[in-house]
Design a binder for this molecule. Structure first.
Ligand SMILES: C[S@@+](CC[C@H](N)C(=O)[O-])C[C@H]1O[C@@H](n2cnc3c(N)ncnc32)[C@H](O)[C@@H]1O
Length: 313
């Protein structure tokens, strides 16, 4: 059983923010913009002394990116950190997680929030700004989405379910209670993938209907889509730039036969209707609870390729 540390939220950003907030007057008394930035960096170092060295490195790189590449002022950065640490939406999600028994019931570890820079692994600067945090879809929300999918598609055995940005893999486990042909998780973080693999080993349920669960530790833009009917699930994993590359790849897929693809967007829906699959909206609904988040289901089909043309004379 994985140690259930859901009350132990990962709080490096909070630690940095609190240290900076405590010394805000000192920082803003710096003689000019540059001096203030230097003071902010000096103070943030105090907060990063006794934490994992890779996490400290990531946070240092991120702060310098904002300070120098994006030229935020010290006050802009304090405001940004405050918005991350005091994000009402994430706080609501934390509340959901505290009331959630999934990990207690199954001995898994799925219930934490990690910003990319807080992951104990090398995180490239671009990834820190283009890829979003790990936060799991609340169990009841994902269960509701599965119920909706079953309403639209009765033969789940024909579909591969793919969670794009699968994190610690809770959706993969929940999806395995449906008779999908296969379940795949695509996740850029090797740390999260390792936890997801452990979770897959640990999870035992009489309701499990699919035992083919794969974790692909890869950036979504490099993922090879299988030439099979698919349900792709997105819970705000990344910026539009990444979405565009992912959909470009999807549209370039070859297939010998007709393919059906469902797209499920929890939260922000990327506008994909123009793509080669001719995606069309099939349902939009508000998810359970007080999250005030919409889920959008789209469906598209791709004609099978003719299998190569033979010139006739
Ligand atoms: C909001 S979480 C959603 C987790 C999971 N899908 C769920 O709903 O419970 C977004 C996840 O996407 C991952 N992610 C972000 N950018 C990615 C990328 N380019 N390729 C693969 N995974 C990515 C993050 O590391 C994070 O685990």
């Amino acid at each position: 059983m994985i140690e259930n540390n859901k009350k132990n939220s990962i709080n490096v950003f909070r630690k940095v923010y609190e240290e900076i907030k405590l010394r805000q007057a000192y920082i803003l008394e710096g003689r000019d913009r540059m001096a203030q930035k230097e003071r902010l960096i000096e103070i943030s170092e105090n907060a990063l002394t006794d934490i994992d060295s890779m996490v400290a490195r990531n946070c240092r790189v991120l702060i310098k990116n904002y300070m120098y590449s994006q030229d935020y002022s010290a006050l802009d950065l304090i405001t940004l950190l405050s918005s991350v640490v005091n994000n009402d939406f994430d706080n609501t999600l934390r509340e959901y997680e505290l009331g959630e028994d999934f990990d207690t019931n199954y001995g898994t570890r799925t219930s934490l929030i990690y910003q990319q820079a807080e992951l104990p692994e090398f995180v490239a600067e671009e990834r820190m700004t283009e890829c979003f945090r790990y936060v799991p879809t609340p169990v009841q929300v994902f269960t509701q989405i599965l119920t909706k999918l079953r309403k639209h598609e009765s033969v789940l055995e024909d579909f591969v379910f793919i969670d794009m940005g699968s994190g610690m893999g809770r959706n993969l486990l929940l999806a395995s209670t449906c008779p999908f042909k296969k379940i795949k998780g695509v996740e850029v973080s090797s740390f999260l993938c390792e936890i997801a693999k452990e979770n897959v080993k640990i999870f035992k349920s009489n309701e499990q209907r699919c035992s083919s669960i794969e974790i692909h530790c890869v950036d979504a833009v490099q993922f090879e889509f299988p030439g099979e009917n698919m349900i792709l699930y997105f819970w705000e994993p990344f910026e539009d730039k990444v979405f565009m590359e992912v959909f470009e790849r999807l549209s370039q897929m070859d297939s010998a036969h007709e393919l059906k693809v469902y797209l499920v967007f929890l939260g922000r829906c990327f506008p994909v209707q123009e793509s080669v699959f001719g995606f069309r909206l099939i349902e939009r609904f508000e998810v359970f609870g007080d999250l005030h988040v919409e889920c959008t289901l789209l469906k598209g089909t791709k004609e099978g390729d003719s299998g190569g043309s033979v010139d006739e004379y």
